[in-house]
Structure formats: structure tokens, C-alpha cells
Design a protein around this ligand. Structure first.
Ligand code: PFF
Length: 451
């Protein structure tokens, strides 16, 4: 669930849009102090409730002697997952279509212009995008309908390490052929000016915490937190598995994959005078160029997009699982019916994203608000889900697991004893996480400002 388009597609492009180093630093800090503790909390709630997030939250509130209104937290997650999948599927469709582009050899010895033209001809064509989006949605719903365990787990165990190996290869290519030092400097030298200062539509500079919110939102997005996906997987976790260790492994693997994607992409960006902040097309405008110029590029390129599609596929399943699980538990629909229903609805909402890249690319619904001056419908959907709904869900999960749930219950489920590890977790989730999320929210809303 964690390793997906977020790491390879989204992380590099939002890092490029937000000036690099300082953004990466804030993102890493958020993973460590917010992401890890919340992931532990979310897995813990899932394993204790052992049902879909909505019903888990309801039963755990009853166990804690509190109002069952907490089940709305489950609802928030179901809606967030549904909305995320609607656009995730469109982008995953790009990855699918690139399997065939890479295999056809169009990128062999191609210039950056040719690579760019390929991308523009894909996203500018709504019919093609709809076709690939539909295919991806069918693939996702096919697995969801059959249940998550079994084949998929085996496939992922083999395919994710393969993706990792191709990433190493790409980083190697970029080290030798790209502006590697510039990329390292861009990614790891914090420039806080670039993080906080933006220009508005009139060209005036203004200060905003928006990039901090985006970095924090991405920590939630990339770790699949705040919407119940990890809670569902927690509900499948064996009783004797260590939640802390599992969490650290997920967070470490996820972060390494993202940083490697950055180290593969930015050297190519700088070597070819591409624009780091060029947006969602960034990986599709850079990596094919690298494949086009390396030995065996057709094979590696094809394989890369196959594996990227797989990573997207295995994440997309967890996006819609909370909704499907709820339909099955509460409306007694069969898994197949529930999946078909959700798939069709989510596909239809995905059309908003499809059109954001072509016929509606000039539609900027909130252009009057400074931070949204260039935001398309897709950008706004992404912002609403990743930067608002997920952190809000995470905030509520944090509050629930340490202020509502009893200390005994969380200690028992985390199974770390009353030792420093547990105390640190509790401290972070009790004070640091909620305060950090609130400060960032209030800042972006303009309610709280710092000079
Ligand atoms: N973590 C996934 C990624 O980085 O691509 C995206 C995601 C999956 C977000 C599942 C949320 C979720 F529940």
C-alpha cells in the first residue's frame, strides 16, 4: 500500500515545485515525528477492531465507553480513499500506457523534445486517457472483488524488490550521465526562502506555509495514513507481529524508494535544462530519456513501467478496500457487487481528472485564492484529499488512540510494555502530532501567522 505512485511520481514533482532541500527536510521530519507514530496508532486500532474502519471505530469507541460518533472518522477515510483512487487510477493509466511506449522503442536515442511530445500527445487526448483509466480501474476492481490475500501478496513480494533494483540501475545511470551533484544539492541543501516565499498572480512575493502543509500531506499520502487503509491491513495482521518494527520497516522502505526516485530524476532534469517545477509530468519527461540512452533501455524501460504499474495497482487496492469492506459488512452486498458498484462510481469521478489535463486544463475553479491560482480540478482534488482529509483523519486517529482509548488497551495491543519506546510513542501521539498538524492547518488558513 505504501510504496506506489506517491513515491515515484508524486514525490519528485512536488519536491521540484516546492524548491527542493527544505521541502525534503520537512517531509522527512514529518515522516519521523508524525508519520511513524500515527502509522503505529492506525495499525493498532485496526488490529484491535478487526473489521472495516467504520465498524472498527464504532466498536472501539464502545469499548472505551465513548460516543459512537467516532465512526465518522471511518467515513472520512472511505470518502478520502474513494476520491484519491479516482485520480490515482488516471495517473496509473499513464504508467500502463508507458509500458507499450517504452516497448515500442520510441524512446531509443530520443531527444528531450521527443520525450516531451510523447507525453503531451498522451495527456492531451481525453479518449486515450479514458481508455487507460478504465483499464486500470477494471484491474483494481478485479483484485478487490476476489479479496486481497493470495495471489497479489505473492506477486508483490517478488515485484517490489524488482522495482527497487531497477531504481538502483536508474540512479546509476543518472550518476554517470546526469548532473548528479546538482541534484544532490537540490534535494539536500535546504533553502527556506524557496519553501516559504511564492509569487501571486500579480507577481508580488508573499509568504505562505502552504509548502509545509504539502510536505506534511505527502507524508500521510506516501505512507497511506489517515484514511483507514493501514487500519484495514492492521486488521489482518497476526497478533504476534510487532507493530513498531513493522512500521519502521514500512517507513524506511517507503522513504528510500522516494529518495532514490529523486536521485534518478533530478540529475536528468538538470543535465537537460528541464524545469524541476514542471508538474505531474516530471517522471514521464525524464525517465524515458534515460532509458532511451542506456544499454538495454527498451527492456529496462518496459520493465520499469510494468513494475510502476504494479506498485500503483497494489496501492490502489487499499484505497478502495475500506469502502468495499463496509458495503459488504453493512449492506450485505457480495464482494463482487460492492466492487463493481464502487469501481463504476470511482471511474466516473476520475473523468474530472482526465479532463483536467486537456479540455478543462484552463479551468481553475479557485483562482481567486492565492495558493490555488494555477490549480486545476485535479490539483484541487489532490490538495483536498492529501493535504486536508488525510492529515485531518490522522489527527483524529491520534486523538482517539491516546485520549479516548485506554492506556491499558493501547499498551496491550502495541505490546511494547511500559518502556521508553511506548512512552515516546504516547508522548508523540498525545502532544506533538496533534499540535503539529493543527499549527500547519491554522497557518495555511491564515488564522495563525508567524513573522
Ligand atoms: N501510499 C500510496 C502511494 O504512495 O502511492 C498512495 C495511497 C495508498 C494513499 C493508499 C493512501 C492510501 F490509503
Amino acid at each position: 500500500s505504501a510504496v506506489g505512485l506517491g513515491n515515484i511520481w508524486k514525490f519528485p514533482y512536488i519536491t521540484g515545485e516546492n524548491g527542493g532541500g527544505a521541502f525534503v527536510l520537512v517531509y522527512l521530519a514529518c515522516i519521523l515525528v508524525i508519520g511513524v507514530p500515527i502509522m503505529m496508532a492506525e495499525i493498532m486500532l485496526g488490529r484491535r477492531g478487526r473489521q472495516s474502519p467504520i465498524n472498527t471505530m464504532r466498536d472501539l469507541s464502545i469499548e472505551a465507553g465513548h460516543s459512537t460518533h467516532w465512526q465518522y472518522l471511518g467515513w472520512l477515510g472511505v470518502i478520502a480513499g474513494f476520491l484519491i483512487l479516482s485520480y490515482y487510477s488516471v495517473i496509473a493509466g499513464w504508467a500502463l500506457s508507458y509500458i507499450f511506449r517504452a516497448a515500442s522503442g520510441v524512446f531509443t536515442d530520443a531527444s528531450v523534445e521527443v520525450v516531451k511530445t510523447e507525453f503531451v500527445s498522451l495527456v492531451g487526448d481525453p479518449e486515450k486517457l479514458v481508455a487507460w483509466h478504465s483499464l486500470f480501474m477494471v484491474l483494481t476492481m478485479f483484485v478487490v472483488a476476489r479479496g486481497v490475500q493470495g495471489g497479489l501478496e505473492k506477486a508483490v513480494k517478488f515485484l517490489m524488490p524488482s522495482l527497487f533494483i531497477i531504481l538502483i540501475l536508474l540512479v546509476g545511470y543518472s550518476m554517470q550521465n546526469g548532473e548528479f551533484n546538482m541534484a544532490v544539492k537540490f534535494l539536500f541543501t535546504p533553502d527556506f526562502e524557496a519553501l516559504f516565499y511564492k509569487t501571486d498572480a500579480q507577481g508580488n512575493e508573499y509568504m505562505s506555509w502552504n509548502a509545509v502543509l504539502i510536505a506534511m500531506g505527502h507524508a500521510f499520502f506516501t505512507l497511506s495514513l489517515g484514511m483507514g487503509a493501514i487500519m484495514v491491513y492492521g486488521s489482518y495482521l497476526p497478533a504476534d507481529t510487532s507493530i513498531a518494527k513493522t512500521t519502521f520497516m514500512i517507513a524506511a522502505a517507503d522513504t528510500i524508494v522516494a529518495l532514490m526516485a529523486g536521485l534518478a530524476i533530478f540529475p536528468i532534469v538538470f543535465a537537460n535544462n528541464l524545469e524541476p517545477g514542471s508538474g505531474p509530468g516530471l517522471i514521464f519527461n525524464t525517465l524515458p530519456f534515460a532509458f532511451g540512452h542506456m544499454d538495454g533501455g527498451i527492456i529496462f524501460g518496459t520493465l520499469f513501467f510494468v513494475l510502476l504499474s504494479f506498485a500503483a495497482w497494489s496501492s490502489s487496492i487499499s484505497l478502495i478496500e475500506p469502502a468495499v469492506a463496509w458495503l459488504v459488512e453493512n449492506l450485505s452486498l457480495s464482494r463482487i457487487k460492492a466492487s463493481v458498484l464502487m469501481g463504476i462510481a470511482c471511474w466516473a469521478v476520475g473523468l474530472l481528472t482526465v479532463f483536467s489535463f486537456n479540455i478543462w486544463s484552463d479551468v481553475k475553479p479557485l483562482a481567486d485564492i492565492k495558493i490555488f491560482k494555477d490549480a486545476t480540478i485535479f490539483d484541487l482534488l489532490d490538495y483536498l484529499t492529501a493535504n486536508i482529509m488525510l492529515p485531518l483523519g490522522g489527527l483524529l486517529i491520534a486523538i482517539f488512540s491516546v485520549w479516548i482509548m485506554s492506556r491499558e488497551a493501547s499498551m496491550e495491543e502495541l505490546d511494547m510494555g511500559d518502556r521508553p519506546g511506548y512512552k515516546l510513542w504516547r508522548f508523540l501521539v498525545r502532544y506533538i502530532t496533534p499540535i503539529a498538524v493543527l499549527i500547519v492547518f491554522l497557518n495555511v488558513l491564515g488564522i495563525l501567522t508567524f513573522k
